[in-house]
Design a protein around this ligand. Structure first.
Ligand code: ATP
Ligand code: ATP
Ligand code: MG
Ligand code: MG
Length: 263
């Protein structure tokens, strides 16, 4: 009967066939908060950008990079994060559902666990949850296009939201603010911000985290450490640290300064 059981197990397993994501491609796992419009209102996020909420997202991303060694870079904005796995990754045999579900659930658990560190005086009133998808990008060139797309999106949304909330805070209703902004170009939005705030470069003075989003990656730096085995001798060690930066990832200079990320 052990043989019968084994055959039955194999028969049932044959239904869950899933091939891995294409070999030698960058795997991007993008997660996004579910119904965060509502979640952010229920939890009284500051509009348009709640700094503590963004820092919480970033802290969860750091946790994800510390847990999953194959993730080489990640970029986050608003309620979303994109995690880039190295081309050669064999995590879960490259099966999309295994990778996505593990990353998404790890991130969601961290979000609830770390909530009190970022909102010490505000209870989390219901669970935050995220969806996720996996996409393969066949070259680092295309991967950089993907990341640039997310950063452009961050900029466009942030500029719109900054204008929108400034109009609302100046007394307009939400629908009036929406109508007012419909079809406005970048230049008109800049002028509007200058006019409403009374400063010429209001947008450029916003915290870089709001305008550029957050990049989380492993920084390899040589660091002098005291090696105990060498009786107090100073040795150079390559130390890896997960860092958060708010930088332009559209321009080549970032990637030229960090060639190890996409090598
Ligand atoms: P879906 O479930 O389809 O993703 P959603 O309500 O999460 O719907 P998104 O397009 O993902 O919609 O937008 C996320 C929303 O969450 C933003 O529009 C914004 O209102 C809110 N939000 C997320 N992060 C912040 C933050 N740090 N500060 C203020 N609001 C935020
Ligand atoms: P993987 O990451 O591959 O899933 P795993 O360690 O989670 O590895 P599983 O095959 O999923 O392995 O098995 C789950 C294991 O978790 C069980 O073997 C058992 O040791 C433990 N476990 C789960 N639930 C309980 C429980 N209620 N009481 C005691 N042990 C449990
Ligand atoms: Mg969302
Ligand atoms: Mg979103």
């Amino acid at each position: 009967s052990e043989d019968v059981n084994k055959t039955k197990t194999e028969y049932l397993k044959s239904f869950q066939y899933e091939s891995g994501l294409l070999l030698s491609t960058w795997i991007v796992i993008r997660i996004d908060g579910c119904h965060f419009h509502r979640f952010s209102e229920a939890h009284k996020f500051e509009k348009p950008n709640d700094e503590a909420a963004l820092n919480l997202m970033n802290s969860c991303a750091v946790g994800v990079l510390e847990e999953f060694n194959d993730i080489v870079f990640s970029y986050g904005v608003s309620d979303e994060y994109s995690f880039v796995l190295k081309k050669e990754s064999q995590l879960y045999g490259r099966r999309a559902s295994d990778i996505v579900s593990a990353v998404v659930s790890y991130f969601s658990s961290m979000y609830t666990m770390k909530w009190k560190d970022f909102f010490p005086h505000r209870e989390i009133i219901y669970p935050a949850y995220f969806d996720g998808r996996a996409v393969c990008y066949p070259s680092s060139h295309i991967l950089r296009d993907y990341l640039a797309w997310r950063q452009v999106d961050c900029h466009i949304n942030n500029q719109y939201n900054t204008c929108f909330w400034m109009l609302v805070k100046s007394g307009k209703t939400k629908s009036a603010a929406q109508t007012y902004l419909k079809g406005t170009q970048v230049q008109e939005k800049n002028e509007l911000l200058a006019q409403l705030s009374g400063t010429t470069d209001y947008y450029n003075k916003l915290p870089p985290m709001f305008c550029l989003g957050s990049s989380v990656y492993r920084s390899k730096k040589e660091k002098n450490t005291v090696d105990e085995k060498e009786e107090g001798g100073i040795v150079d060690k390559l130390c890896e640290k997960v860092v958060i930066e708010y930088c332009n990832i559209i321009e080549p200079s970032f990637w030229e300064a960090h060639p190890e990320i996409l090598d």
